[in-house]
Design a binder for this molecule. Structure first.
Ligand code: KIV
Ligand code: NA
Length: 265
């Protein structure tokens, strides 16, 4: 199987083929979604919420991200594996950003890193890119800044914030980023960003006029139940499948129906 590269993502945008991206944090699920044809796998810092049960993405550490990323990389044969730089590992200095990215590339075997922000992280982006590490941007709703914004509501509805977002996207492109995630912004603005830059724009809650889509896998599979934003389409209801299977197992064990004669040595 031929591996997806950042260059192929660019070609996909150029020919109008949409890019399909999902998150994964572990070997088993990464293997399933890679086999099912996903183009890009994001080892998101949403692992902090989905895997560890934290309220925000802030607590997850670089070591923990590397553990998740290494597990995913071992499973993947085709998809491009992008790994989030967690909060506090790239904002302090561009040197720290580079060191954190090198650890992700070396210890996990990742193919690229992603970080949140525009002009604020310009030096870090440039420094990481100077080492030959592909960088993906992330603008709009940036969950690592939740305590600055206060809510997870739609971003860049005001003209000033929308203007800064377009400028940031152009800045990230000029730095050399291979793509940008746009999270929870008006669809019209996302479409405008996608035509204002040449690199692929991947949306989540950013409407259809972008170059690809990303969702948190556990959300689209219906494993997480509480999270119901408008942009989330559920492709399965795994929580009820798991509840049904486990309920049946429990009753079979209680009823001494499992294991049966064929299921023993
Ligand atoms: O961490 C994550 O899952 C993300 C996506 C929502 C883009 O950054
Ligand atoms: Na993230």
């Amino acid at each position: 199987i031929k591996r997806i590269t950042t260059h192929q993502l660019q070609e996909m945008k150029n020919r109008g083929e949409k890019i399909a991206m999902l998150t994964a944090y572990d070997y088993s699920m990464a293997k399933l979604i890679d086999g099912a044809g996903i183009d890009v796998i994001l080892v998101g810092d949403s692992a902090s919420n989905v895997m560890a049960g934290h309220e925000t993405t802030l607590p997850i550490t670089l070591d923990q991200m590397i553990y998740h990323a290494a597990s995913v990389v071992r499973a993947v044969k085709r998809a491009l594996v992008v790994v989030d730089l967690p909060f506090g590992t790239y904002q302090g200095s561009s040197g720290e950003a580079l060191r954190s990215s090198i650890r992700i590339m070396k210890e996990a075997g990742a193919h690229a890193v992603k970080l949140e922000g525009g002009s604020e992280v310009k030096d870090s982006v440039e420094r990481i890119l100077s080492a030959g590490i592909p960088v993906m941007g992330h603008l709009g709703l940036t969950p690592q800044s939740i305590y600055k914004f206060g809510t997870y509501s739609v971003r860049a509805k005001e003209e000033a914030e929308a203007m800064k977002l377009i400028e940031d996207a152009q800045l990230l492109e000029s730095c050399g980023c291979f793509g940008i995630v746009l999270e929870k912004i008006p669809a019209s603005l996302a479409g405008k960003v996608s035509t204002s830059v040449h690199i692929p724009i991947i949306g989540i809650g950013a409407g259809p006029d972008v170059d690809g889509q990303v969702l948190v896998m556990q959300d689209m599979l219906g494993i997480t139940q509480e999270f119901k934003p408008r942009f989330l389409r559920r492709y399965a209801d795994l929580s009820s499948i798991v509840a049904g299977a486990v309920g049946k197992y429990v009753s079979d064990v209680k009823a001494k129906d499992f294991p049966n004669q064929e299921e023993k040595y």
